[in-house]
Write a protein that binds this ligand. Sequence first.
Ligand code: ATP
Length: 442
Amino acid sequence: MAKQDLMDRVVNLCKRRGFIFPSSEIYGGFRSTWDYGPLGVLLKRNVKDQWWRSMVQLRDDIVGLDAAILMAPKVWEASGHLATFTDPLVDCRNCKERFRADHLPESGACPNCGAKDSFTEARQFHLMFKTFVGPVEDDASVAYLRPETAQGIFVNYANVQTTSRRKLPFGVAQIGKSFRNEITPGNFIFRTREFEQMEMEFFVPPEDSPRWYEYWCQERLRWFTDLGVPESKLRLRPHDTEELSHYSQGTSDVEFEYPWGWGELEGIANRGDFDLAQHAKFSGEELVYFDQESDRRYVPHVIEPALGADRALLAFLLAAYDEDEAPDEKGKLEKRTVLRFDPRLAPIKAAVLPLSKQEKLVPVAREVAGLLRPHFQIDVDAAGSIGRRYRRQDEIGTPACVTVDFETLDDRAVTVRDRDSMKQDRVSIDALVAYLQERMAA
Ligand code: ATP
């Protein structure tokens, strides 16, 4: 399949099946903003839950936090965002489109109109959204929407460390919205002005930071492959020296092969002691750690894996999209679209399908649905031929279809069809929850 086709098909599927809609669509949409529909919200929740599970639940060295979006403006002074959180902006003199100077093609031609050497000098454009807190719109009431979640963690370092009585190394994980007034949002949900981030700050003794940086690079790659992204579509790209942020002692991007080429999926940075040292300086609070074992007092260093929830969701969608053939009712092969999600990410885990709408089957289907609902997000679909209903579930990535047929009335068993192999198993209703649980754990 041509690469642009893949993107078009995924965007189209998202709209058609209720994963993602253009925001404010009845008013003609609103500049690269998107709304998650009934299936999209389930998928996004699963992405975030898997991140939280691997970062917080399964570890004994990371705790969670949920800090406010609006923070004291001093935070952004200390973090360097007020002075330096800018992108270089150029205008095309010919078509008046605006671009990020660091994202222009090497040919020097305008990506919109093709004009050569038509760009203005680059000027710095500030990416933070500004607003006012309270009724008066003056300089004293200016506040910013956070452009990253990380600063909420740094300013709470002492609160978290003392209340959770953590020894180094330990991490703090957070999921939440961030806002950037991007010059060129686009590529669907890849780059938007409002997005969700999943960030973790891992505090370590200074001498251990190179080792932990390596560890988190590998660990974050592993997370994606464990959830079904093929290794061939992922790579780790260390930044070269001139690309490094002013505070960074080392940064690598986990890159994904998007339909338009390789691009950033997640960033892993060794931030040194920059953030805590800056906040100590600007707040006057001492942000140090007392290491009892070595009887030393020092500012911890920080390793940060930072991932966009929406961008991760896009990568999972693109990696899962597939087209193959499946037999129709009469055994003839027909084209099918299938999202091969890892079952842990699939929005719907199982669909209950009464073979026909005949009255006798409906109560049993209802009983089976009631049995499954406390354990899994399920769907019940009684409309159309069974083949059509399988196709509908394949297209949204449902791993299992549970068919209630006339034999069920006699043998209290159902047919479970697997999305990928299309194999069917006869399973007794009593054993169904356990059967599906095993299948969903992956
Ligand atoms: P870029 O240079 O592409 O603008 P960045 O390097 O500034 O991105 P980070 O600050 O490292 O991005 O953000 C960490 C992660 O947050 C990114 O890897 C990405 O997954 C996500 N992210 C950042 N900006 C956006 C955005 N505008 N829309 C969606 N996700 C984003």
